[in-house]
Design a protein. Sequence first.
Lengths: 767, 325
Amino acid sequence: MNQSSIGRSLPRNDAPAKVTGRALYPGDIGRPGMLHMATLFAGRPHARIVGLDTAAAGAAAGVVAVLTAADVPVNEYGLQIKDQPVLVGPVSGKAGADVVRFVGDQVALVIAETEAQARAALRLIRVEWEDLPLVLAPEQAMQPGATQLHPHCADNIAYSYRIRKGDLNAGFGAADVVVEGVYRTPVQEHAYLQPEAGVAYIDEAGRITVEVAGQWTHADRKAIAHALDLPVEQVRVIYPAIGGAFGGREDMSVQITLALAAWRLAQRGVRRPVKTVWSREESIIGHGKRHAMTIHTRWGARRDGRLTAAEVRVVADGGAYMYTSDKVLGNTTLTCTGPYEIPHVAVDACAVYTNNVPGAAFRGFGGPQGHFAAESQMDRLAEALGMDPVELRLRNVLTDEKLLTTGTPIPGGVGLTETIIAAATAAGWTQDVAGHWQRPQTEWNADDADQTDGYDQTDNHNNHDHQRHQRSIASSIRRGIGFAAGFKNVGFSFGYQENSYARVELRGESEIEEATVYIAGADVGQGHHTVMAQAAAEALGIPFERVRMVTSDTARMGDAGSASASRLTYMAGNAVRGAAEAALARWRNEDRPATAEHVFLAPKTTRLDHDGQGLPNFAYGYVAQACQVAVDMDTGEVHVERFISADDVGKALNPQQVTGQIEGAVVQALGYALMEDWRTRDGQVLTNRLSTYLIPTVLDIPARLDPVIVEVPDPNGPWGARGMAEMPYLPAAAAVCAAVYDATRVRFTEFPLTSERVWRGLHEPTG
Amino acid sequence: MQPFDYIVPHNFAEASALLMAGNDDTRPLLGGTDLLIRVRGGFIRPERIIDLKQLPGMCDIVRSAEGWLVIGAACTMNQVAGHPLVRQEYELLAQACESVASYQLRNRATVGGNCCNASPAADSAPALYCLEAVMEAYGPSGVRRIPIHEFFTGPRCNALRPGEFLTGIHLPPVPSRSAGAFNKLGRTKIGDISIVSVAVWAEAGSRKLEAGGQSKHPERVDGATRTAADGQSKDAERLTWRIAIGAAGPTPLRAPEAEAALAEDASPEGVARAAQLAAEAARPIDDIRASAAYRRGMVAVLARRGVNSVLARLGAAPSVVGGQP
Ligand SMILES: Cc1cc2nc3c(=O)[nH]c(=O)nc-3n(C[C@H](O)[C@H](O)[C@H](O)COP(=O)(O)OP(=O)(O)OC[C@H]3O[C@@H](n4cnc5c(N)ncnc54)[C@H](O)[C@@H]3O)c2cc1C
């Protein structure tokens, strides 16, 4: 009678409110009597504040309060280690909290009747600076004698990993070919539509309440409570609609400062809500970025294509504070050898403090960097061996039986082989009689002579010159194809006990009329709340329409964990399923309403030992991609004409959402690969607006983008689903660079492939 | 964004008086796509903004008695690009206007604002340089005409004097046998400011600008009687070429050496040489969008493509519609 609720492209339950404008994003929220807060950012990359005079600002028209470091009870913040002051200033309980370490450090908060008054008063704050030496290049920051940026870290190395598997010398000794490369990957800005914003107030129960866009309500609550030195129960975090996140909202932006403002005002008898909205320029300097990395790497393979050895050295620019650098780097450490079994491996990776904008979480979380190096190496090896790139990958790819560089197998259901074959087949690869893979010959690699570019050869004589002209441009176009694959963990890892909470409440008499799901997971635009409603409906055997969602409020539900690491469908999906099944059992026991909660605990993982051996993750997702590019040899312009992304998602609970994630990730990854060109000078951000930091427009995306859904079930995922939202990001830059190489015979080891970079590469063949 | 007074003047004299009285804290407004962004960014903090769009003629495109095309300063990019007279005779300008930003922005952005803003990257400017446009301003001393190449005086600087504002852009008549091509490079396909742009124009015969910006009535050549096959090289010898470069100097620039060289020799080798001369005429800088070296290289590429395209168009067009009714 009941159609299954999973595996169907059910409409998003947040769509009507978002389409009609009813949905409120943090910047849209207004409350009676609301005050406005503006933030004084450092604007200097490294300096000590020796004097701070806020008297004039405090006396300015409309100003209600000015807050500084002296007002922060525990002046520290950090998801991994608490190395960042909430506010930087000379009077603070925290050592080193008088030093700004990047331009986006926050110095003071002005709360006023209007936003204009608050912003005007910012200019009246007098800061006395003592500039300190800049530490900008990670390689230099690691050198002995470099200026130390944090009291706790003498060598500026924020975190490091080491993997030793097998015997590297033996591995290279067995190799018939060795390829070596140095790869540099750029910083990337999240560029979500909605800049940081929020409203804070004291709720009816006396809790400091912050309505804000984040990725993990309960982690925000903890960070606020820590800085305010309050028990977590006195803090409440609510997420309204969220305008994109991509990792950039994992760390604190306005959460603590808003809570601080509402709380300090209440203590002074001013019980009024406080709102803040960052400008785009503030957003761009104020939140973390994708880590820039330099990866030195050397790989060996036998003539038959078997990989024998890989040696990798990774240096990541961690920027001013740790944020999640340790975890990002862990992921790079695992992915920098690609989704392959390699018997002999040595990896040394470190993240280094500098005075740049902090490296932070960003979709793919260290994976895109690792894969760029790994998959570029594979493309080089394929060429050196005279072997098809698909064939080479299939010979080495991880399977259920093979071991990761950490000496452990991947937890079952490895869909890499299927995914690579799916992408290759969709792109026109074929297998010959001997079973060898052959690249597409006709459709994809059409050579210039065959390209008429829409000009009819039989046109009349008068158009001859016009045609010749068009062909003279067309003749500057070279086309090429590229292939790359990837894998990445799902969920939190390296020994963290992954967990996720959900509660389900069933109402009705003879049948379930309404099921309410309480889940804190953040719907950052990926459709999380829709998919959780599908999961509940499926577990309960009721129509999707009968599920009501109560979401993202720490006062009303337990911790579902973060909207990151491609984990929510997997983790919260299992939690909702568990809670629904338990509630259903009580319902059958005649409980009315029938309520149950469930905390899903993921399979255990371990920290890596001294040699990097251990079981870092409990689940993975897989991807393989092929693309065709057209390169204008005169101008260096690269256009991606067609892009295929095959993704093993285990089970597509909502295929339309899966397709949306693939398309979105590919477009964002192509921006990373081709266009997004983060520039700084002396620690100042030159690209602090969207007219200088460009992201792809609708005309820049491939004319054809074909998602291919592969479903190899995960043994522990809900209905076999695995996480997937980051995976289409992983190999994209490598696939594009391989295609550009195929077209031009110039290998780019650094991107974005802006037209100027490509033009230089074409004109200076050495580099 | 800093608040300001928004004023709609009733007539030219009032507009000029308001601008004169206000100095730097008073700014004229057309589409606002440059002005308001600069206000929002805090680069300028005007107290009064004078909206000139409602003044008579500002939004009109008309043919003057002398056969010139007069484009009101407040005509939008889409309006200009879609106008039949522009498309028939000054198609180069249509190409340039159509290349600006997105369709939505072109409904707002005006040609006059583009020039007054005086960005070296203003996309309509190279076309207007090639067409030898004459800018008409109104001010305390009445109407003044300024040749386009004197109008642009530096980055964000124009030749207007206190109290003066642009009212229209006058395009001299063009011979029926003429063609142009506008090419630009940006970092995105829509919406980015040009890294570099090149407009190329060729017309049969020659004409000279007289002092004061008045052009002699041009010699008309009837293209309709010719076929593409006969004597293309003979025609090419009699072509007058103009090449203008955007975003590669403090103002848009003409490339006179390249133009002269093409008039002598429009063979493939001649075109390559002219493209090189155009690149040498550029005075590019390094900035966030591109290096000077890349810009210079791209001037040569776009100039070559533009010249080839113009040659193809002239060779291919048996019946270019005559300029005058
Ligand atoms: C997203 C975006 C993309 C863009 N892309 C492009 C592009 O591709 N190519 C390009 O060339 N430009 C581009 N621009 C810039 C801008 O849109 C154009 O320069 C536009 O033509 C300006 O016209 P406007 O009517 O909006 O000018 P306004 O902003 O109204 O005015 C521009 C300047 O001229 C002054 N002014 C206005 N009218 C007069 C007058 N009558 N007399 C004297 N001074 C006057 C104003 O005070 C102001 O300083 C872009 C802008 C944006 C926001």
